[in-house]
Design a protein around this ligand. Structure first.
Ligand code: PGA
Length: 264
């Protein structure tokens, strides 16, 4: 399989309700992961808790992701946070263009693209989300939707920059619904994304980019998804809010990694 290290990220969304519970969750994930670096792991708490979580995961291999950012460096942007602020709070990663922002808040590919350039310029690792709606899948438009999102969201990146971007394929109909994409459906979409990256950038870059799957990933379906050749990890919502559930997904990724290494 691939030489790409699997990457499991927990998107906590607007949870949990208190800083104390957020710190407890992060500490439990940290304890469960220990010093293992065979799989990359990150958590994405609400912005208000970033600093507290940064302290809680200190001296662990865990990455810290914000769930969104603004593309401007400073100014009159009420309610927003800049890349520099996220770095100052200890972030290593930032999720961009999550479907809840695209479809719930009208975020466009052009805005995601501005954010992406700002994140890369600041040295944050972006996790750019894309994926089709149920109606688009049923109308046979999945590939054209993904193509449009890839060309719009990734516009103007150099191949070098693209090599440092993480993508997350998240079919909108699978997010928070319990309706996970089958490994075949997910693998087909991931393979399409990689073929598109090969044309848009280069085959070598396409082979390097980590593409996570997201949408109702749980400990019991993670192994099937992560065993697919073009699925390089998971962006986990609901199941990242309980340490044991999230650690179960990480263990599935570690098992896939160990198995693939043994076969190599
Ligand atoms: P879910 O969310 O795992 O709860 O479906 C995934 C996501 O929104 O990233």
């Amino acid at each position: 399989m691939s030489h790409r290290t699997l990457f499991i990220a927990g998107n906590w969304k607007m949870n949990p309700a208190s800083r104390a519970s957020a710190v407890a969750l992060a500490e439990a994930v940290k304890a469960g992961v220990g010093a293992d670096t065979s799989v990359h792991v990150a958590v994405a708490p609400p912005a208000l808790f970033l600093e507290a979580i940064d302290k809680a995961i200190d001296s662990s291999p865990l990455g810290l992701a914000a769930q969104n950012m603004h593309w401007k460096a400073d100014g009159a942007y009420t309610g927003e946070h800049s890349a520099a602020m996220l770095l100052d709070a200890g972030c290593t990663h930032v999720i961009l263009g999550h479907s809840e922002r695209r479809h719930g808040m009208g975020e466009t590919d052009a805005q995601v693209n501005l954010k992406l350039h700002a994140a890369l310029a600041a040295g944050l690792i972006p996790i750019v989300c894309l994926g089709e709606l149920l109606a688009e899948r049923e109308a046979g438009q999945t590939e054209s939707v993904l193509q449009t999102q890839l060309s719009g969201s990734l516009a103007g990146l150099t191949p070098e920059q693209m090599g440092g971007v993480v993508l997350a394929y998240e079919p909108v109909w699978a997010i928070g619904t319990g309706k996970v994409a089958s490994p075949e459906q997910a693998q087909d979409a991931h393979a399409f994304i990689r073929r598109t990256l090969a044309t848009q950038f280069s085959p070598a870059i396409a082979a390097r980019v980590v593409v996570q799957y997201g949408g109702s990933v749980k400990a019991d379906n993670a192994h099937g998804l992560l065993s697919c050749p073009d699925i390089d990890g998971a962006l986990v919502g609901g199941a990242s809010l309980k340490a044991d559930d999230f650690l179960g997904i990480i263990q599935a990724a570690q098992a896939v990694t160990t198995h693939e290494k043994a076969r190599a």
